[in-house]
Design a protein around this ligand. Structure first.
Ligand code: IVH
Length: 675
């Protein structure tokens, strides 16, 4: 069908309508100051839709019509972040913040009585997202995911009215690529309203605004997202070297001018006393805010300093989250259940009368172990105080004895595993009771779940519910069984159709190529997480060598302690685990030998370096080079320092090194050494 010719008057009308609609959106959603009656807004919107319907070639990706959502998609595509989205280290006390401040000063060569300029801002409790603007146009919106790859939720994010679909022309020219980061939240008042509607419709209510925001944003049907009251609060950009933007607060001002919502409680704080004052102020207004916050984020304001400070693993050295103290509440203990974890530990879990604490509804809490159970002496029907700090599992703190009614029986630990019925024991010197049956279904479920998780074999589609079915039906008893599953095994399971079964088989197939550190992590050896797995892969290079490693030898690896070394040896000791590895090989897992990036350099191995001043790349870059070559990096100059790597405008550390006679290297000399 030929496209209809577009009269100029129509094009002009459409341009006008769009500008007017977006202006009303901005007033309503960003400025909180409506400038139009609903009926008038609807009239403008309907007229725009009518034109776009008549001339579909006029629909643009930044038209307000894109904000109403689209037909459901099947799944979200992966969206790699060009620059990693970091997480934050946390503190909860003023002293800990002071330690952070000291590390900052050390890192940028400031003296201890200097006052660092920080940007102080509320830590919003929502969902982190990234918005990519290319030549001014919003092209990709994604979740944080694991920081490296998120999910492409562009269609959903476009429905968030407070977020600009396009930057100003001027900014588009200066910043042809701009990645804006921030938090999507639901306001408390709107959350309450939404839950009321849910209830009226006989649907289950959401636990808290955060869950509700996350759930709304991850709808495959973006029309549902569009119906939910979501807001995007910008808190940064991905880069620290864009022209004209030299501090975090400048970026915030820029984003505000570009019509993003920027939190109005963002402030500049000079030095630790000022930060502490702001923190207390924020705590005092917390309850009055219409959105949940769980603390403050404090960032070194200068980008040059941020770059100097760099990052450690996944968190920047230039920012920190200062979380509010835990919150407590009183409720009734209705029951105590015993749950079995991945390694067979049997933990008492309190079933509680639901109560709101720290912004979420809590229905269960951990009682940790037998000693705690005895010490707290909780009994069924007791009134108890529970505490929740941040995202950690809530715990029972104490019983309110005055409120105890009658004479409830003291609680006893069971003699048998609640999952498999085998006797449970509390090993000498340990606090936990354990079920030692390796085929115990509850343990197998947790093991499968961990094995298939993101930092492990990353088998998409193999979540908790499926793990439960696989274990219950006896399809997976040992982890290696996963690699012998067939479509015929899967099809009889609940909610399993042809397509889903095939996807799972494909995902299992793909997981056979995972690198050695991921496999080591996936095995679920007690005490071995992602970091230890990398160290072990680097040291041994293959699973067979690791399986034969001695306790003392592993204990010598920096970062692996004696308990973990023992645990690894203990894991590979019993024949069944070695057989399991063999069966995984037979099932096709490749166990690709791991080649470390480490290459010892004689001049550097065993030497201690301190890095100071401005170098051509972030400090982390040099730190990695030194560590890979076998050297160590320390933050303070002392008699033990062998070399000071000094960049431009090195300060007190250079003076101290000169005084102590430490050898000083500039970047060129260092490069020669490492080559
Ligand atoms: S800055 C490197 N600023 O906190 C900087 N994050 O652990 C990292 N968050 O999930 C982010 N409010 O979404 C920053 N004002 C704020 C924030 C904030 C909330 C969240 C963020 C991330 C987590 C960081």
């Amino acid at each position: 069908m030929a496209e209809k010719k577009i009269p100029k008057s129509v094009q002009d009308e459409l341009t006008g309508l769009r500008a007017e609609i977006e202006q009303h959106n901005y007033s309503y959603y960003v400025l909180d100051n409506p400038t139009v009656a609903d009926a008038e807004y609807d009239r403008l919107f309907d007229r725009m839709l009518a034109i776009e319907k008549e001339y579909p070639q006029l629909v643009t990706p930044d038209s307000p019509s894109q904000r109403v959502g689209a037909a459901p998609s099947e799944k979200f595509e992966p969206a790699p972040h060009r620059i990693q989205m970091l997480s934050l280290q946390k503190v909860t006390k003023a002293e800990e913040f002071a330690d952070f401040d000291r590390r900052v000063k050390d890192g940028i060569g400031k003296s201890s009585d200097d006052n660092i300029e920080y940007a102080f801002e509320p830590k919003l409790d929502g969902l982190a997202v990234e918005l990519v603007y290319e030549n001014g146009l919003l092209t990709i919106g994604s979740t944080r995911g694991d920081g490296t790859v998120g999910e492409n939720i562009t269609v959903n994010l476009k429905t968030v009215r407070s977020l600009p679909l396009r930057l100003s022309d001027k900014s588009a020219k200066i910043y042809p690529l701009l990645e804006v980061r921030g938090e999507v939240i639901m306001r408390k008042s709107e959350f309450a309203r939404l839950n009321q509607t849910q209830e009226e419709m006989g649907l289950p209510p959401f636990a808290n605004p955060r869950n509700s925001a996350a759930g709304s944003l991850r709808q495959l049907d973006s029309r549902i997202t569009a119906s939910r009251p979501l807001y995007f609060y910008a808190y940064g950009i991905s880069e620290q070297n864009l022209p004209g933007l030299e501090t975090h607060t400048q970026v915030m001002d820029f984003l505000r001018a570009e019509r993003f919502i920027v939190n109005k409680h963002i402030a500049v704080a000079k030095g630790i006393k000022d930060v502490e004052k702001q923190f207390n102020k924020l705590d005092s207004i917390r309850a009055d805010l219409d959105y949940d916050i769980d603390g403050a984020v404090i960032k070194v304001n200068s980008f040059a300093d941020q770059v100097r400070l760099g990052q450690v693993s996944r968190a920047p050295r230039w920012a920190i989250a200062w979380k509010f103290a835990a919150e407590t509440a009183e409720t009734i203990l209705e029951d105590v259940l015993f749950s079995v974890g991945r390694t067979g530990t049997v933990t008492p879990v309190a079933s509680l009368k639901p109560v709101r604490v720290g912004g979420v509804t809590v229905k269960s809490a951990s009682l940790h172990n037998e000693d705690e159970l005895k010490e707290k002496d909780v009994r069924i029907g007791d009134t108890v105080i529970i505490r929740r700090a941040g995202d950690v599992i809530p715990e029972v703190v104490a019983v309110v004895l005055e409120k105890r009614k009658g004479h409830p029986e003291p609680l006893e630990y069971p003699n048998n595993c609640p999952s498999c019925g085998q006797p449970i024991h509390r090993p000498e010197g340990e606090a936990a009771h354990r079920c030692f049956n390796p085929a115990c279904p509850a343990q197998v479920v947790e093991k499968i779940f961990h094995f298939a998780g993101k930092g492990g074999m990353d088998i998409e589609g193999l979540g908790g519910k499926l793990a439960f079915q696989l274990a219950k039906k006896g399809l997976v008893v040992s982890l290696a069984d996963i690699y012998f599953l067939t479509k015929d095994d899967l099809l009889p399971l609940d909610l399993m159709a042809e397509k889903r079964a095939q996807n799972l088989i494909d995902a299992i197939e793909q997981s056979k190529d995972r690198p050695l550190p991921a496999i080591i992590n996936a095995l679920g050896i007690p005490g071995v997480g992602e970091t230890a797995a990398v160290l072990l892969a680097e040291r041994y290079g293959s699973i067979d060598k690791l399986a034969l490693a001695g306790v003392d030898e592993m204990n010598d690896i920096g970062g692996i302690g004696p308990i973990v070394a023992q645990s690894i040896a203990g894991f590979f000791g019993p024949e069944e685990n070695c057989l399991m590895i063999d069966r995984m090989k037979k099932g096709g897992v490749k166990f690709i030998p791991f080649k470390s990036e480490r290459r010892e350099v004689a001049a550097i191995a065993g030497k201690t370096f301190v890095i100071t001043g401005t170098l051509s790349k972030p400090r982390d870059h040099f730190k990695k080079l030194i560590e890979n070559a076998g050297g160590k990096v320390s933050s303070t100059v002392s008699k033990k320092t062998d070399y000071l790597l000094a960049g431009e405008s090195a300060g007190s550390k250079l003076d101290k090194a000169t005084k102590l006679g430490v050898a000083i290297l500039d970047e060129d000399k260092f490069n020669m050494m490492i080559d």
